[in-house]
Ligand binder design. Structure first.
Ligand SMILES: *[C@@H]1O[C@H](CO)[C@@H](O)[C@H](O)[C@H]1NC(C)=O
Ligand SMILES: *[C@@H]1O[C@H](CO)[C@@H](O)[C@H](O)[C@H]1NC(C)=O
Length: 425
């Protein structure tokens, strides 16, 4: 007999049996699902794979926070020649752009239109997770091998916004990356990636494991953080020092000190020149690493080369002019008339080169996508230096002219000579 609200022992047993049965079915379904999934605690990312039998497709599912510029998963042991699936928020931030990319190894990966994807679902949920459920067609042949430990890589970009539908959108270098293996024998089977396996509440790997790479120190979670890029930083910092310190110092010395101090101008000009040429080297090396700069066709690179070539010419031009003056002096003659024009060209082109370099450091910061505050700080500093130095130069010019005039009157010399760096202005 059944009493309301109090099940009899037999019906309770039936209920328990039912619950057990259902959870057993659920469990076996979950266990039977041919899926390998990886959870990366450091980046709070889930990646899951399923390989449908008798097909060359790969079903994949990714859940990853949208605060990274992108999240990428690659089929291989390293970036070079691996197929990588790069995920970033769509332009309206309602969905996710999935861009299959490859690289030959020396630059960032670029979109590979030959890879066809079917996106079953892509969204950004209320928890700011990008979620993608998709099929990569003909992609099993892009795997290194199909076994219990197929090598894979993953990476996340910097914390920058990239909302784009462009499959070839430019991405920055990753800030963290790692290596893992996935059991693709276990992931081979029908049924795709069932929803229960990798829900938003799944925080465990099954059939996939993070493995150590050989890139130095990893986090306890097995993730590698990118070291800062010494080349790009060196390039930028050396140029900033050159244009904000050496250039004004050299110009000041050239203007303020008379011909007797020409050796000092030669010294500061040499340091300035060597600095600019030295700073070019890491810049050229970095250029080769990026698709956008590989051809040396960006305005920053073109302007940079023009400035450095003009500077090199002016550097030797300066020595030539001073040699002409010195040899005329030795012979006790006036230097040829056109020497003053040569000196004026040296002066004005050198000033123009400085201006170009000042502008070009700004263009370089823009090209390397520095933060706006940093660019504005540089512009403020550059303008500040110009505002402070123009009156200083003007004073120096006035004073030295005055001093020279006095010297001439005292010595009874009518005409100033070309040795005066400052007379012909
Ligand atoms: C992914 O999409 C497939 C095909 O539409 C569907 O059967 C499957 O349940 C989806 N999986 C997830 C985890 O959303
Ligand atoms: C999964 O991990 C994230 C952080 O790593 C945490 O916020 C979330 O609560 C976890 N979810 C579950 C179901 O453990």
């Amino acid at each position: 007999m059944l009493l309301a609200g109090r099940p009899s022992p037999s019906s309770r047993w039936l209920l328990q049996w039912l619950v057990l049965c259902i959870s057993y079915i659920h469990l076996t379904r979950a266990q039977d699902a041919a899926v390998s999934s990886l959870f990366v605690p450091d980046t709070d990312t889930v990646v899951a794979f399923n390989l449908p039998p008798d097909s060359d497709d790969i079903n994949f599912y990714v859940r990853t926070p949208d605060w990274y510029q992108y999240t990428a998963v690659g089929f291989g042991t390293k970036m070079a020649d691996s197929l990588m699936l790069v995920l970033y928020a769509s332009e309206d931030r309602q969905g996710v752009t999935v861009s299959p990319r490859t690289t030959s190894g020396n630059t960032e990966p670029t979109y590979s239109p030959t890879i066809k994807l079917t996106i079953h679902e892509s969204l950004i949920n209320a928890n700011f997770d990008m979620i993608v459920n998709a099929t990569c067609h003909g992609c099993q042949s892009r795997l290194v091998r199909i076994d219990a430990a197929s090598p894979m890589i993953f990476a996340v970009g910097p914390a920058l916004d990239l909302s784009s539908d462009d499959l070839d959108a430019r991405i920055r270098r990753h800030t963290a990356y790692g290596f893992f293996t996935a059991d693709l024998l276990r992931a081979t089977g029908p049924g795709g990636i069932p929803t229960g396996i990798v829900g938003p509440s799944t925080n465990a790997s099954s059939g996939a494991t993070i493995v150590a790479g050989s890139d130095g120190e990893a986090t306890p979670g097995g993730i590698y953080h990118d070291k800062s890029r010494p080349r790009a930083v060196a390039h930028g910092v050396l140029y900033a020092i050159a244009v904000l310190a050496f250039a004004p110092l050299d110009t000041l010395i050239a203007g303020a000190l008379g011909p007797r101090w020409a050796w000092m101008h030669a010294g500061t000009a040499t340091v300035y020149f060597l600095f600019v040429v030295g700073a070019l080297v890491p810049g050229v090396l970095v250029s080769g690493e990026h698709v956008a700069t590989q051809q040396f066709r960006t305005p920053h690179q073109i302007l940079g080369f023009i400035s450095v070539v003009a500077m090199a010419i002016m550097y030797f031009w300066g020595f030539a002019v001073s040699r002409i003056k010195r040899s005329a002096k030795k012979r006790g003659q006036e230097p040829p008339q056109n020497t003053r024009h040569l000196a004026a060209v040296h002066r004005w082109v050198s000033r123009l080169v400085w201006l170009l370099l000042l502008v070009n450091v700004g263009l370089g910061m823009k090209l390397s996508e520095q933060r706006l505050v940093l660019i504005l700080a540089y512009v403020a500093l550059a303008l500040g230096i110009i505002i402070v130095l123009v009156p200083v130069y003007f004073c120096v010019w006035k004073c030295s002219r005055h001093r020279r005039k006095k010297e001439e009157q005292e010595q009874g010399i009518e005409m100033p000579t070309i040795y005066d760096h400052n007379y012909y202005r």
